[in-house]
Ligand binder design. Structure first.
Ligand code: AMP
Length: 224
């Protein structure tokens, strides 16, 4: 399969816990696609103690969105970097209509078109279960789940032996807040891409390998 012709420029949408990150990681590894996760970028800023990280942390821990101007500046700078001239996927951006409009303007100025907006659909009761069981490797970022994808040794990453941690925003209060925020602020972004005829919907309430096969099918052809 070629994801480079025409070049894949996709946004991955869907509620927290829908598996966007897992699918994006695999696609990036197997097809030399740049994976840009705004959540991962922010967590790195927080871990590094930067000004941006300090500004973002309170919003993130409470399950709220980081202000549009902060996240948009960070994301647009990332996709203008030299290594972003190849195929890419944006995982977790845009999450509001103003973010989607900023991305449109920036891409238009560079003569780039989004190829696909992929919406990973999962019912909310399944999301709560997935998020509460999710553990992330502090060292390599691999994602595990104590219910559905447990590591061989509890608390340790199978891939690199790093320590598995629970994100502060995967705790119950923050999870329900994030699902509310998604419904109020991010769901309208789907209509934006539907109107542009690049939205493709994937049933993500299936095993990850089945979802991945479906993803391969949808990105192998033009959206719409
Ligand atoms: P994620 O790992 O994608 O679930 O993102 C974790 C957290 O980072 C979110 O709950 C937000 O607080 C923040 N975040 C990530 N992407 C965005 C975005 N596009 N807009 C605003 N906040 C974001």
């Amino acid at each position: 399969m070629t994801v480079g012709s025409p070049t894949l420029r996709a946004v991955f949408l869907g509620p927290p816990g829908a598996g966007k990150g897992t699918q994006a990681q695999r696609l990036a590894k197997e097809h030399r696609v740049l994976h840009v996760s705004t959540g991962d970028m922010l967590r790195q800023e927080v871990a590094g103690g930067s000004d941006l990280g300090r500004r973002a942390k309170g919003f993130m821990d409470a399950g709220q969105l980081v202000p549009d101007e902060v996240i948009t500046a960070m994301l647009l700078a990332r996709i203008q970097a030299p290594d972003a001239s190849r195929a890419w996927i944006l995982d977790g951006f845009p999450r509001t209509l103003p973010q989607a409009h900023s991305l449109d303007r920036s891409l238009q100025a560079e003569g780039i078109e989004l190829s696909h907006a992929v919406d990973f659909e999962v019912p909310s009761d399944v999301l709560v279960q997935r998020l509460s069981g999710r553990r992330t490797c502090a060292r390599c970022g691999s994602i595990w789940n104590v219910h559905s994808k447990p590591p061989r040794q509890p608390g340790k990453c199978d891939a690199c032996g790093g320590e598995l941690t629970q994100r502060a925003d995967d705790r119950p209060d923050a999870v329900s807040k994030r699902l509310q925020v998604y419904a109020a602020q991010t769901a309208p972004v789907l209509d934006h891409y539907r109107a542009k005829e690049i939205l493709v919907e994937i049933d993500a309430d299936r095993p990850p390998e089945v979802v991945y096969e479906n993803l391969m099918e949808v990105i192998a052809k033009p959206a719409g």
